[in-house]
Design a protein around this ligand. Structure first.
Ligand SMILES: Cc1cc2nc3c(=O)[nH]c(=O)nc-3n(C[C@H](O)[C@H](O)[C@H](O)COP(=O)(O)O)c2cc1C
Length: 179
């Protein structure tokens, strides 16, 4: 049986997915992993937009592309032209939190790490999608996602059956010991 350390070591960002949906049970257990993450002062401020609709994902991806263009952020476009910042994944989870919560980004990172490790443990790939923050630039997209003015996008993650097996990244450790 895999130890937690095996799963931590095996997790890697996956950017190609099989065209295969996740079951409702899988999605629910992924959310269960997120739910159990700690939060500052136990405020549990996070809310999740659970997106399995590919059309909506592509709309959001187009919004990210427009925001990047507006800001002059260089983009690696796939050969077909329309960039998909969610890499064809069957599940996108956008994490939101109240704007006035100073620890929300840390809370969200912990929840997403739970998601990614749990996804790894059940044979799924995953990837943190920081670019999803740019969805905030488009008020219509925020409306579409029912994100009110009081909330920020604090993280996003995709999950799905991997369709690639990239070599793992070298992981450095910079640690100073005071004994
Ligand atoms: C805060 C954060 C934001 C990220 N945003 C993106 C993103 O928008 N798109 C993407 O393809 N990967 C994104 N990544 C994935 C990183 O590129 C990836 O974790 C890194 O290259 C290390 O590779 P590994 O995850 O395989 O260990 C993000 C990762 C983190 C932690």
């Amino acid at each position: 049986m895999d130890t937690l350390m095996d799963i931590i070591r095996r997790r890697k960002s996956i950017r190609r997915y099989q065209n295969r949906p996740l079951t409702k049970d899988m999605v629910n257990s992924i959310l269960e992993a997120a739910r159990h993450a700690p939060s500052a002062r136990n405020l549990q401020p996070l809310e999740y937009k659970v997106i399995t609709n590919r059309e909506l994902m592509l709309k959001l991806s187009d919004g990210i592309a427009r925001a990047m263009q507006a800001e002059g952020i260089p983009m690696k476009a796939p050969p077909a032209g329309r960039p998909d910042f969610f890499y064809g994944a069957p599940l996108l989870i956008i994490v939101t939190a109240p704007k006035d919560n100073p620890f929300a980004v840390s809370d969200a990172a912990l929840a997403v790490q739970n998601v990614m490790l749990y996804a790894t443990s059940i044979g799924l790939g995953s990837c943190f999608i920081g670019m999803a923050k740019l969805i905030e630039r488009d008020k219509d997209l925020l409306k579409l996602l029912h994100i009110p003015d009081t909330m920020n996008i604090v993280a996003a993650v995709i999950c799905g059956y991997p369709d690639e097996d990239p070599p793992p990244k070298e992981k450095r450790l910079k640690a100073e010991f005071f004994e």
